[in-house]
Structure formats: C-alpha cells, structure tokens
Design a protein around this ligand. Structure first.
Ligand SMILES: *[C@@H]1O[C@H](CO)[C@@H](O)[C@H](O)[C@H]1NC(C)=O
Ligand SMILES: *[C@@H]1O[C@H](CO)[C@@H](O)[C@H](O)[C@H]1NC(C)=O
Ligand SMILES: *[C@@H]1O[C@H](CO)[C@@H](O)[C@H](O)[C@H]1NC(C)=O
Ligand SMILES: *[C@@H]1O[C@H](CO)[C@@H](O)[C@H](O)[C@H]1NC(C)=O
Ligand SMILES: *[C@@H]1O[C@H](CO)[C@@H](O)[C@H](O)[C@H]1NC(C)=O
Ligand SMILES: *[C@@H]1O[C@H](CO)[C@@H](O)[C@H](O)[C@H]1NC(C)=O
Ligand SMILES: *[C@@H]1O[C@H](CO)[C@@H](O)[C@H](O)[C@H]1NC(C)=O
Ligand SMILES: *[C@@H]1O[C@H](CO)[C@@H](O)[C@H](O)[C@H]1NC(C)=O
Length: 801
C-alpha cells in the first residue's frame, strides 16, 4: 500500500542524523564520552560562546578544558587536569554509568574524576555562562565546574572561602604557578605569592591595615562575584568596575602568571582581550616576581636584576632569583665583611630587627653582630628607621623610595653594581626623558611692550615614546616565557582602551552643561553626575583640530596615569566637533580659592598640600612608566578633596592642545605667566625643572598667603619685584639663620599657628625651586624626601594669648 514508506523513513532518519551532527552538541549523555580523535569531541554552549573538550597544548599533550570559542587564541577559562596533561591518542572524558565524570589517559588510568559517583548524574551540559554541570534526570545540578575554578573567574561565578584562583606558570602549559587569589582567615580577599621557599601577601597593600585598604574583616560570609555589567563586589567590601562597564561584553577575571589579578573584556570584532581593571598598577609590587635575592626595577618597563655580589641562579628564569657569589654559611663566621649600598632599594619582609631613631652606624652594627643578617635597610624619613634582614626577598627599586639597602658581603667579593641598578638608567636620564621637542623661541612673539609675551608650550612628544616603552617593556619581561598573546594584546590595548562616553550621555550628566565649575586655558569645566551616580567634572576642550584617533590615543595615555595626588580621568568623549574629558569630581575647589580669598587654610593643610603636590609631580616626573611634564603648575590646577589632600589637575593637556594648535590660540594662556620658569623665554630646552620652578612659586604663595605671581607686565620693574622682593626678604630673614623672624614674613592670617621647622623647610625649598639656574633647582623627588623628613613633627605650637 505504501511501498515508499520504509525508504522515506530512511531518508528522514538520515536527514535527522545530518541535522544532528551539523548542530554542535552542548550535552554529553550518561554512558558516552569525548575524545581527541573523535570529530564531535567538543561540547559547545547553546550561544556558542564557550567550548569544552580536549585542548591541545602542542605536541601530543591535552587538557580537558573550557575555552572561549571566539577569542583569537581560544582563551582557556577552566581546566580539569591542569597539572597532568593526557595523551592525544586514546584519552577520554566520559560520563560513566555510575554518574561520575572521569578523565582517563591512554593507558586507562583515571587522571581526574568528579565526586558524583552513584548520584544518578544523567548528563553533562555546558551552559552559556561557561559552567560545565552534571545534572540528574530532573535537571538538578549535582556538580559544576564553577565550584572548582583554576585561574579564571567568569561573570556570576561565585568565589567562596573554599575556592582559590591559582596562576599559571606562563610557559603555555597552564600548570599551577605560585600566585593565588584567596579569602584569608580574617575574611579579606588577598593575593599571595606562595613559592618553594617563602610565601608573602602583597595585595592589598601589606603596609596598610585592612581598613586603610578600604576593606573590612567583619563580614565572614567570604563571598565575591562580578556581574554581567562588569561590577565586582566582595564581602570584604572590595568593589570595582570594568573601565568599559556595560552589558553585552564578555569578560573574565584572571590570576595572571605575573602575579597581577586582571579583569579583561573581549573585543568581539578583533577577538582580542583588553584589560579593563587590574589589582596592581605596578608589577614590581608583586612579591616574588624576581625570585630570591632578585630586585625588580622599572627601566621603565619592569625588569629583574641581581644585587652586587649576587648572580642569576638560572639565567632566563627569574622566578629562581639570584644566588650569592660567595659562601653564605661561611659569611656568618667571617669577620672581614663589608656593606655595599644599593640605593633606593627595599626588600620586603624577613626583618630580624626593627628599630627607630638609630644612626646608620648603629644599624650596621646590629647587622654585623647578628650572624643571620644578610643586610639592612635604612630609611632617612622622619624617624631614621633601621631594618635588619635575614633573607632578601621581594626586592624592589623605586626612584621615590626613601631609603637604601646595605648588603653584607665578604670583603673578598667583588661587588660591582650592575648598570641597571646604579642609577645609570637610560630611560630616566637620557635626553629622551627630560628634554622636550622644540624650543620656546619657536613660539616667542616679540611684541614690544610685553616682556613675557604669549607663548605656547610645546610639550611631551614623550607620550608616544612612553606607550612604546610600556609595550616593549612588557614584551621584554615576558619574552623569556613566550608571553601568552592575550596578555600582550591586553597591554597594547590598555593604551587604546578607555571608557568612552557619548555626547548625549555627558549632556545628560551635566544637565546640558548647566553648572560651570571654572574656566581654564583649555576650556570650561562643568559639574555632572553619571548614570552610576559618580560625581564628575566634565571639561569641554576648545577647538582641537585633530582627528578622533589621535585624540583617543593621547587621552588614553593620560587616563592611564593614576596617583592619589593626581586628578583621575575616567574617560572622554569625541563626537563630531565635541571633545570632552571626564574627570573625578574633587569637592573642595582649587587652592587659589583657599589662599587668595576669604577662605582660610590652616597650617596643617598647607603643609599637606605642599607635600601632596610634590608627590604628584614627583610621580609625573620620576616614575618612569608614565612620564609627563605638567607645564602649568599653579594654584588653580591644584584641587583639594574633602580631606584637603591635593590633586593636580590638567596634567598631560599640554600635549593634547599642542597638536592642533595654531598661533592664534597662544593668547589663551595668559593666566599663568607668573609661574613660568625663565627658560621659557630663553632658548633653553624645557625640562621637568619648569614644573619645579612653578611649584616653588606656589609654595612661596602658600607661605605668604598672597599672589606673588601677579605681574601684569607693563615693564618688568614694578610687579616682578613682588616675587624677587619676597625672595630677597626670605633670604635675609630666614636663610641667614634668623629663623626667629620667620613670623614676620608668614601669612598674617595664620596668627603664629604654624610649625616653625616645617615653615623654614618650606621656605628653603621654595627659594631653591625658583632659582634662575635650573640646574640648581632640586628635583621633585628630593623635595618629597625633604618634606617627608619633617612631616611627622608636631604641627602647631601652643596657642598664645
Ligand atoms: C561534591 O563536591 C561539591 C563541592 O565541594 C559539594 O558541594 C557536593 O556536595 C559534593 N557532592 C557529593 C556527592 O559529595
Ligand atoms: C613549564 O613549567 C612547568 C613548571 O615550572 C615545567 O614543569 C614545564 O617543564 C615547563 N614546560 C615548558 C614547555 O617549558
Ligand atoms: C556580607 O556580605 C554579603 C555579600 O556581600 C552581604 O550580602 C551581606 O549582607 C554582608 N553581611 C553583613 C552583616 O554586612
Ligand atoms: C559586539 O559587542 C557590542 C557591545 O560591545 C554589541 O553591541 C555587538 O552586538 C556585538 N557584536 C557581535 C557580533 O556580537
Ligand atoms: C661553605 O662554608 C662552610 C663552613 O665554612 C663549609 O662547611 C661549606 O663546605 C662551604 N660550602 C661551599 C659550597 O664552599
Ligand atoms: C633589636 O635590637 C635592639 C638593640 O640591640 C634590641 O634591644 C632589641 O631587643 C632587638 N629586637 C629584636 C626583636 O630582636
Ligand atoms: C654604574 O655601573 C656601570 C657598569 O657597572 C659603571 O660603568 C658606572 O661607572 C657605574 N656608575 C656609577 C655612578 O656608579
Ligand atoms: C644628548 O643630546 C646632546 C645634544 O643633542 C647630544 O650631543 C648627546 O650625545 C645626547 N646624550 C645622550 C646620552 O643621548
């Protein structure tokens, strides 16, 4: 009757099978398995974001893993057998009939299994979230890979007290490394280096307590998670957001093998990862990164080196650190030892003894008398502090570090300081770093009546060089291990990735640019509130005739700069003719409002401003990673937060405006003439010393309480005398020893309530900063050192009636 029926059925079945195989599977039924040889050996999540199966390491080694299907390098987010790869031939991942998921090697040996034996697990399923789950017949989850993270956390994957993220080793094997993220016993989320010889916690900042780090240890739930929007929150009150926060972006939080914890966002066009948050801005803060006895330093890229008298244990593998060139056991019995100074270096931890208010000689004696001592660290700030060290770990060199390390070595050991450590820093000291392109004469318009005519600063071509440095630096640091391309791309991307706002968004945030906070040379600033309730200051730049790409690139460089005494840039907008910058909102307005108007700034706050501003500038000038000369230091650009901590605004803008400028814009900068160093007018190259000069003027103004820079020049005699006269007065009354007369020249509004020693120090700094000869001006680094030295003093003398 229906002769065709069987053949129809066959066709249908065949069609069904074709359909089945072309459709990728997301579940593995009980009693079946995946293998490498098998073409269908991969599970794919329904939306195809994740894949799960055997992941080849090259050669014939495979890991059972979950990875991002669409990222260019198939980024692995989870691995079952990270420390025990299996053979490509004959290895299987099976869901056994007894309910356990099992990985077997070629010889049938069980490498890994889940704890679901005899639970009635019915199928393994890969979900859209990247979670591999075992479900029973009713869909109840019996086991999930989310409970056993390796080095990566995905959105909505809950991180608990029982879990840890452990870094890889970075040689492409995914084997467990030494760095981990975990909840500590006191409920705080931490990063730790747990190496073969030592372990050490390095994040949050171990020099601060839990609360100073913005955390709490009261909540014992120990739970952390980040959502699809890119916001992370933890029960210890750590909260952060991706720089590109918003829905629809694939993200991962990874414990990287360099010891930093980073949040990444996937660019769905290029398939590359971009860093959208990281725990540590500076790699050398990671403990153990250069191994035992090694020292991490910025050149400006992070680099490892050995101290004098030591050599690399295994050239090419810094995690092994350095070994002494002498017999360490013999050293303890030697009488002939010497101490070699390694400037600006500290080794964290392993203190034998800590004492304050001791001389360097006493400190040396402490180390000499203790056979366990390998060296001592001596800090000059305030109380002179001495640490003797039993071991040298977590070595770190920073140009701002206020102390030196002294290594104990046998006299017979030749101890040449390697060039990398002895201050011959090619990046910091060569012409490239300090000297800017162009000379002011190019911008000097000699109109007869105005001596300080309008000129425009030319600044920082260094931006480009700097980005290059960072990228090549990372490359150098990680080349030894073949950096996973995700990291490399991430760093490249860091300079181009930044929160970009739409014009509409900013218009809404500022209520159509209603509340103007101020107007500067580069444009007006408006107050606003973003959709996430952050208060911001939005700066509308004047006409910048430059393309979006250039603007984006340059602004990103500025946005990367991060220091508590610098105003943070959150993002920018470039749309059509609009160019806007979005900054954090700083509550207490600018310094000029407090100094030159009816507001009043107490001594304690003035000192804080002087120190904070110096720190901010020192960061810009000396911390090599981000290098900027401000070129416009003045009270208007020093903002005060609610605690009167200063934050420097407008850094890096000289670079921005310079590109698109034409001569007609030079007239916009009149307001800051009084703060300019003389070399702007002469033909000398512009160095960071121009900022030092401006800083000096600001300091003197803070002491005197009036504007000294107010020279509306008709001819140079009258107003210029304001500053020069004051300098002469200071020199006579203070620098020549008559400190008793200091009160005569201080701001009378202080009514004698100030610390004389601090004031005298500030006077000395102010005067030396405004020296005509830029070589005689101090660096901002040394200013910071000097101020730190008198910071702790009791501030105000007893009130007199
Ligand atoms: C398997 O381990 C998970 C996580 O440790 C646990 O929640 C679950 O109860 C365990 N299952 C069995 C059957 O032991
Ligand atoms: C990668 O590192 C691990 C652990 O340090 C080591 O056992 C392995 O041999 C290394 N593999 C390669 C290919 O370097
Ligand atoms: C502890 O943290 C969790 C998760 O952040 C939160 O839900 C809970 O309310 C907190 N408990 C207390 C007592 O603050
Ligand atoms: C790529 O991501 C953006 C959001 O960043 C989204 O709007 C767009 O639809 C995505 N494109 C694809 C092809 O997924
Ligand atoms: C180091 O010195 C100790 C004691 O002087 C000696 O026992 C030991 O053999 C020496 N080690 C080496 C490697 O020379
Ligand atoms: C550190 O040295 C001082 C001076 O010798 C001594 O009084 C003190 O007890 C030592 N402290 C420790 C912890 O060894
Ligand atoms: C730094 O080290 C290099 C190479 O060892 C040496 O040539 C140079 O003289 C040293 N410079 C200083 C200031 O010690
Ligand atoms: C610095 O620049 C001067 C003049 O351009 C040049 O002669 C000198 O060799 C440079 N020095 C270095 C270390 O590059």
């Amino acid at each position: 009757m229906f002769p065709n029926f069987p053949s129809l059925l066959i066709v249908l079945i065949a069609f069904f099978f074709c359909f089945q195989t072309s459709e990728s599977q997301n579940l593995l039924p009980r009693g079946s398995s995946l293998s490498v040889e098998d073409n269908t050996g991969v599970l794919t999540s329904p939306d195809k974001t994740f894949s799960c199966g055997f992941y080849g390491l090259g050669g014939n080694a495979y890991l059972f893993s979950i990875w991002f299907t669409h990222s260019r390098d198939r980024t692995v987010v989870w691995t079952a057998n990270r420390d025990r790869p299996v053979n490509g031939q004959g290895s299987r991942a099976s869901l056994r009939r007894n309910g356990a998921m099992v990985i077997t090697d070629v010889d049938g040996r069980v490498i890994w299994m889940t704890n679901t034996t005899s639970t009635g697990a019915d199928r393994a399923e890969l979900l859209d979230t990247g979670n591999l789950v075992l479900k029973d017949r009713h869909g109840k989850i019996l086991w999930q890979s989310f409970d056993f993270p390796t080095d990566t956390l995905l959105p909505n994957q809950v991180f608990r007290k029982s879990t840890k993220l452990i870094s890889g080793v970075g040689n492409g094997t995914y084997a467990s490394g030494y760095f981990s993220l975990y909840f500590d016993n006191d409920n705080v989320l931490r990063l730790m280096y747990d190496g073969p010889e030592i372990s050490s916690v390095y994040w949050p900042d171990p020099d601060l307590n839990v609360f100073q780090n913005g955390r709490t240890n009261y909540n014992s739930s120990r739970i952390a998670v980040f959502d699809d929007f890119g916001s992370f929150s933890s029960s210890d009150e750590l909260k952060f957001s991706a720089i590109d926060m918003g829905f629809g972006i694939k993200r991962r939080l990874t414990m990287d093998y360099d010891g930093n914890l980073r949040l990444y966002s996937l660019n769905n066009v290029t398939g590359l990862w971009m860093i959208s948050w990281q725990a540590l801005m500076r790699t050398c803060k990671v403990h153990g990164v250069c191994g035992k006895n090694g020292i991490c330093t910025y050149k400006p890229e992070p680099k490892c080196s050995c101290p004098p008298g030591y050599e690399a244990t295994e050239p090419g593998d810094w995690s092994k650190g350095c070994k002494p060139k002498f017999n360490r056991t013999a050293l303890s019995s030697l009488t002939d030892v010497k101490f070699i100074k390694v400037p600006k270096v500290d080794f964290y931890g392993f203190d034998l003894n800590f004492s304050e208010h001791v001389s360097k000689e006493a400190c040396m004696k402490l180390c000499l008398d203790d056979f366990r001592c390998s060296g001592f660290s001596y800090r000059l700030t305030g109380e002179r502090v001495c640490f003797t060290k039993s071991e040298l770990f977590n070595g770190y060199k920073a140009p701002n570090f206020p102390g030196d390390m002294y290594l104990k070595l046998p006299v017979t050991v030749e101890a040449l300081e390697p060039a990398i450590l002895n201050g011959t820093n090619p990046a910091c000291q060569s012409n490239k770093s300090d000297i800017l392109v162009g000379s002011p004469s190019m911008y000097y318009r000699n109109t007869k009546r105005v001596k300080w005519s309008y000129f425009y600063w030319f600044a920082l071509a260094i931006g480009a060089i700097e980005v290059l440095f960072i990228v090549s630096g990372w490359w150098l640091l990680f080349r030894r291990q073949g950096i996973p391309s995700s990291l490399e791309d991430g760093y490249r991307a860091l300079s181009s990735q930044f929160r970009r706002f739409s014009y509409a968004e900013l218009k809404k945030a500022t209520n159509s640019f209603k509340e103007e906070l101020g107007k500067g040379g580069s444009g007006a600033v408006y107050k606003g509130v973003l959709a996430d309730e952050r208060a911001v200051a939005v700066k509308r730049l004047g006409d910048l005739h430059q393309g979006e790409e250039v603007f984006w690139a340059e602004v990103s460089t500025i946005g990367k700069i991060y220091h508590m005494n610098l105003v943070r840039m959150w993002g920018f907008c470039t749309e059509g003719i609009h160019r806007l910058l979005v900054y954090e909102y700083v509550e207490n307005q600018s310094l000029d409002k407090h100094l030159f108007s009816s507001y009043f700034l107490r001594w304690k706050e003035r000192f804080k401003v002087a120190l904070g501003t110096a720190k901010g500038l020192a960061y810009l000038h000396h911390e090599c990673l981000e290098w900027v000369i401000h070129c416009d230091v003045k009270p208007e650009n020093i903002l005060l937060d609610s605690e009167f901590e200063p934050k420097i605004a407008d850094f890096g803008l000289a670079k921005l405006s310079q590109r698109g400028s034409n001569s007609s814009q030079f007239s916009q900068i009149r307001g800051t003439k009084g703060y300019m160093a003389p070399e702007w007018a002469s033909n000398l190259p512009i160095t960071s010393k121009v900022d030092v000069f401006s800083y000096g003027v600001v300091i003197l103004e803070m002491l005197k309480g009036i504007r000294l820079s107010n020279w509306v020049v008709e001819d140079s005699e009258g107003q210029e005398a304001e500053l020069t006269g004051f300098i002469r007065e200071v020199k006579e009354k203070i620098l020549c020893g008559e400190e008793a007369r200091i009160e005569e020249i201080m701001d009378p509004r202080l009514k004698g309530h100030f610390n004389k020693n601090q004031a005298a120090t500030l006077f000395r700094i102010g005067i030396s900063c405004v020296d005509e000869d830029r070589n005689k001006r101090p660096t901002m680094d040394s200013v910071v050192q000097t101020l730190l030295g008198c910071e702790a003093e009791s501030e105000v003398p007893v009130e007199r009636n």
